[in-house]
Design a protein around this ligand. Structure first.
Ligand code: DGL
Length: 319
């Protein structure tokens, strides 16, 4: 089908849509903003329904459909699912449903890990939803069937980051490095060792931070796993994929365009999102807008909702 050239021109000026269960996806947003400074971003943090990690994959998939439909109406030229749990649950559905490219964070993380590992033993930590979905094992195997993946769900790390975000001023990493109020506690080390020692014993040389919250506690995780284990965050690789995808389609914003400002939305409390989000993004966020859950849940058409049933068949049967 021929696309009128006027539409192609408009595409370049549209924002990149990014979403996550809350604030963690801002670690991906900040990398995209650094890699593509001429682009503008529309970010939605579904804080009211955070965390996604302990939820049923089918429920998270519905959230992906709702938020993707919302971003479609903005409109955006590309969507990034900046949440591993949501990527594991709904990337395939989103790619089938929406006309714009949809990029998740699992494949980029797997690719960076396969590139980094020397002994071909890779660890993955993430939420229960991400780990139980087997998404990382599948993604790594698709890239190199000779790499062995050792996965551990580390849900308490999400709680630690969430608690840390509510403490202290400055960027999250500055706070974590300087005050270490959470990380120097013996209870933290005991909990982290409980999760990470089995991975260390399996001889991994590379560990994927398979949750967008975890790059914020990278220093603490590195301390526990030791300096010989290389930590991988999918943010950089995801940003590269976004840049390549836009470039190959001719949809990159023109260099030097003043562009529109980035916009931030939350399903939770806008003031809290602005305060905590600024600590993650490392720049001040203001004018956060609220999207109601009633609005989001009413968006997908019956036809789109029917797609959820087809995808339910793909979920791993646990227990
Ligand atoms: N940011 C989410 C992820 O990457 C984790 C937080 C949550 O459980 O919602 O999986």
């Amino acid at each position: 089908m021929m696309v009128p050239s006027a539409i192609l021109t408009v595409m370049e000026t549209l924002p990149i849509g990014i979403f996550d269960s809350g604030l963690g996806g801002l670690t991906v947003a900040r990398e995209i903003a650094r890699t593509l400074p001429d682009e503008h971003i529309v970010y939605l943090g579904d804080t009211a329904r955070c965390p996604y990690g302990p939820r049923d994959l089918a429920e998270v998939r519905r959230f992906v459909l709702e938020i993707g439909t919302w971003l479609e109406q903005v409109p955006v030229k590309l969507m990034v699912i900046a949440c591993n749990t949501a990527t594991a649950a709904g990337l395939a559905l989103a790619q089938e449903t929406f006309d714009v490219p949809v990029i998740g964070v699992v494949e980029p993380g797997a690719r960076a890990a396969v590139r980094a590992t020397v002994n071909r033993s890779v660890g993955v930590i993430g939420t229960v939803g991400t780990i139980e979905s087997g998404a990382y094992s599948r993604a790594v195997r698709a890239l190199d069937a000779g790499v062995t993946v050792f996965s551990v769900a580390t849900p308490k790390f999400v709680d630690v980051v969430e608690a840390g975000l509510r403490m202290g001023p400055g960027t999250f990493e500055e706070w974590a490095a300087e005050s270490s109020e959470v990380f120097i506690r013996p209870a933290f080390h005991e909990m982290a060792r409980g999760y990470l020692d089995p991975l260390k014993r399996s001889g991994i040389d590379t560990l994927v931070l398979g949750c967008t919250h975890f790059p914020l506690m990278q220093a603490a995780i590195q301390q526990v796993v030791g300096s010989r284990v290389r930590l991988i965050s999918s943010a950089e690789e995801t940003a590269r994929e976004v840049a390549e995808t836009l470039q190959s389609r001719g949809h990159l914003a023109d260099p030097g365009t003043t562009g529109s400002p980035n916009r931030f939305f939350t399903t939770g409390d806008p003031a809290e999102f602005a305060r905590l989000g600024s600590r993650v993004l490392r720049e001040r966020i203001s004018g956060v807008e609220q999207v109601s859950l009633d609005e989001l849940t009413a968006l997908p058409s019956a036809e789109r909702l029917a797609l959820l049933d087809d995808h339910r068949m793909e979920d791993p049967v646990c227990g």
